[in-house]
Design a protein around this ligand. Structure first.
Ligand code: SF4
Length: 414
């Protein structure tokens, strides 16, 4: 389970003021010294991540962020880094120091944090430092300040569902907290399959994977591995072949329900297939799973409106040193200019680096984003939307430029 890629883990961001007990909470959850705990404010500068198996929920990635009330030039930078983590956060743990329970600050901050629509849980930490009277006071204060919710629920439910009181020093508290977190995460979990909801149990897919000089030695790349696993999970029979074996495979297998190809041989595979089976690509399936496919389809069609000299951003979410460097850096630019007969300016951004000035670009062409979670991919799509810059992805643009876009998204309409 340790091998679960981070992109497949639920990302849980831990936010709060400096010294509110975020790091001690993470250390208590993981039962390890992951984050430095200190009484000196601002000890957590850059975010600290820890992948773990949250039993019985499954694989998660905790992100311990710097304090939101940090000040000064460096402090502001740290706040910016913390807020940036929201883009990949699926669930927020907001940690409040029981001895400094500034609820107005919390209410203001949680509004800001929830901009990315993440669900959250309020964790009141350091309860061991409060007397019984102080504990009752803080509960009364919480009901008063956040009474709106109480109108629809009992006091007991209110505390159980939305707020958890802990002391990171008490193991029994942490166990209860973990149970509640599992409950919260499970209740909102929607099983998001790559292909399992498009095909039936027992259907057959053929995956076409070119093994050329760009393919990594001795292994498959992550999108291919994830898709094979998704087929296994859903009882879909998969045949993995190179394009050179496609003709003979088509003769051998009577019933093929879908052919999934690497985008770089889209055209060749379409010609060989002669409409014998529906066709799509790995990155189109990932585009559907990780983002808003309709926006990405529109983005692909927007190439018609590009003028000579248009500025195009080619973005990849990992800095791999293998295979489809070539698709993004060479093949797509070449194909785009050949098909449109125009010259464009291409700018390449790899890894977590993503420009803020998207309004300066005429089109964003993104990779499948298999290394990042859905939240992260959607955040990039929505940033483009805010700046009115069309966005598409590798598979969709290649399909469009080869005149097979409609065919390659037909399977998604099921
Ligand atoms: S470039 Fe994108 S699609 Fe390719 S491996 Fe990296 S994250 Fe996945």
């Amino acid at each position: 389970m340790n091998k679960t890629p981070n992109s497949n883990r639920k990302h849980i961001g831990i936010f709060g003021k400096t010294n509110s007990g975020k790091s001690s909470l993470l250390n208590a959850i993981t039962e390890q010294e992951i984050s430095i705990v200190s009484d000196i404010k601002g000890t957590t500068t850059d975010s600290v991540t820890k992948a773990m198996e949250l039993i019985p929920y499954g694989p998660v990635l905790f992100i311990d962020t710097g304090g939101l009330d940090d000040t000064g030039i460096l402090g502001n930078k740290r706040v910016e880094t913390a807020l940036n983590e929201l883009k990949r956060t699926d669930f927020i743990l907001y940690v409040l120091d029981a001895t400094d329970s500034d609820l107005n600050y919390y209410k203001e901050k949680i509004k800001e944090l929830k901009r990315y629509k993440s669900s959250h849980l309020l964790v009141i930490n350091k309860m061991d430092l409060l007397s019984e009277v102080e504990t009752e006071n803080i509960k009364t204060q919480l009901i008063k300040e956040m009474g709106l919710k109480l109108k629809n629920t009992s006091e007991e439910e209110f505390f159980k569902n939305d707020i958890v009181f802990v002391s990171s020093k008490k193991r029994e508290n942490i166990l209860i907290f973990k149970e509640l977190l599992v409950e919260k995460l499970s209740s909102e979990e929607q099983e998001e399959s790559i292909i399992g909801d498009l095909l039936e149990y027992g259907d057959t897919v053929v995956m076409v994977i070119p093994i050329d000089s760009e393919a990594p030695k001795g292994r498959l790349i992550l999108p291919q591995v994830q898709l094979i696993r998704d087929c296994l999970d859903h009882g879909i029979k998969s045949h993995i072949i190179r394009e050179s074996e496609l003709e003979s495979t088509l003769k051998d297998i009577k019933k093929i329900d879908l052919v999934i190809t690497d985008s770089q041989v889209f055209k060749e595979v379409d010609i060989m297939l002669k409409d014998r089976a529906p066709l799509t690509s790995f990155s189109i399936l990932f585009a559907r799973q990780k983002g808003n496919i309709d926006i990405l389809i529109e983005g692909a069609k927007s190439v018609e409106g590009l003028k000579d000299g248009a500025k195009i951003l080619i973005a990849e979410t990992c800095t791999h040193n293998t295979s489809h460097d070539d698709i993004g850096r060479v093949k797509i630019p070449k194909l785009l200019q050949a098909k449109t007969g125009k010259k464009f300016e291409f700018i390449f951004k790899m890894g977590r680096e993503y420009p803020k000035n998207l309004e300066d670009y005429d089109l964003v062409i993104h990779c499948g984003g298999c290394m990042v979670n859905k939240k992260n991919m959607q955040s990039r799509i929505s940033e483009s939307g805010k700046k009115n810059t069309p966005i598409t992805n590798y598979g969709l643009i290649i399909a469009h430029l080869n005149g097979i876009l409609d065919k390659s998204i037909e399977i998604l309409k099921k």
